[in-house]
Ligand binder design. Sequence first.
Ligand code: F6P
Length: 362
Amino acid sequence: MAGEKRIGILTSGGDCAGLNAVIRAAVHRATHYGWQVLGIEDGTQGLLTRPVRYWNLDLNAVDGNMMRQGGTILGTTNKGDPFAYPMADGSRKDRSAEIIGGLRELGVEALIGIGGDGSMAILRKLAQLGDIKLIGIPKTIDNDLGITESSVGYDTAVAVATEALDRLQPTAASHDRVMVLEVMGRDAGHIAIAAGIAGGADVILIPEIQWSIEGIAKKIRRVQEGGRNFAMIVVSEAVKTAEGTIPQREFSDGQKRHGGIGNYIGHLIAEATGAETRVTVLGHVQRGCPPSYRDRLLASAFGVKAVDLIAEGRSDRILAWSNRQIIDVPIEEAIATYASVDVDGTLVQTARGLGIYLGDFN
Ligand code: F6P
């Protein structure tokens, strides 16, 4: 496509590894078309201030080192839905017109939004109201967007959780302990099952499969009877207690977030088996680190393709990785396609085939 053109790019929702690699790739590809890229700060928040907060992103701004960096150079937000924005007096206000005004002020014809399903739903509404072309790029360590086999950030999170198990194993063996590792994954057990298999766990608890302390204790006893003096347990943060609740904590923003199931399970295991038990909560370590090579590849491929789609005049599409290549699907379809762990799928079968305790319905 010929001529000067401006496109915007923003990151939205929780950060993860690989976001900077997407931005870098998009800038490279846009430069090829002779376009200007404006990086909007802090998701849609940057469009609410006047003047709008943005960076001019050219090749000098996106050196090779950027691909190695965790986080997002643009900043992000997982608060402040512009259609029901929380105001200082406690009320909610529709500030969507201000955001659209911000995009107009920047003069961008198209926007690349890097986010999860919640962010995509908001960006889509804004793009429709403002008549702005939108291409979405899926990112979430939770990997729960059904249209893509992998979202940016997921592979790195699994690698970090696997490495945590590698580090816990020798200390578990040295002290004859049961080690419990609590991993993230808001509603789905993707990180837990992948890292649990790769890291040699004896027990993997995911929200998709019901567990019992009798089942866990039986597995630990079997391990001990087999002559091994330690055991490794992975628990997804979204696993429910025996009473059917997900342990949560309230934060200063008034929002509740998952956390605490690891300690709960650790306690029960110590009581049921008498084993010395220690709990590690991995938390945001899974997000803020250099991306794995797979996330760098995925992010780079997504960044290039997003710009190519804009060049083709496409809009309202989100990219996905499927069968060794990138495809694009309607954003509406993507946000309606949630993927929890398939309880009949390959990973569950693999775990069971390895003798890992997943729940009582083996
Ligand atoms: O959705 C990504 C995620 O990291 C979840 O796995 C986790 O439950 C949540 O975000 C944590 O949110 P926050 O960064 O706001 O603490």
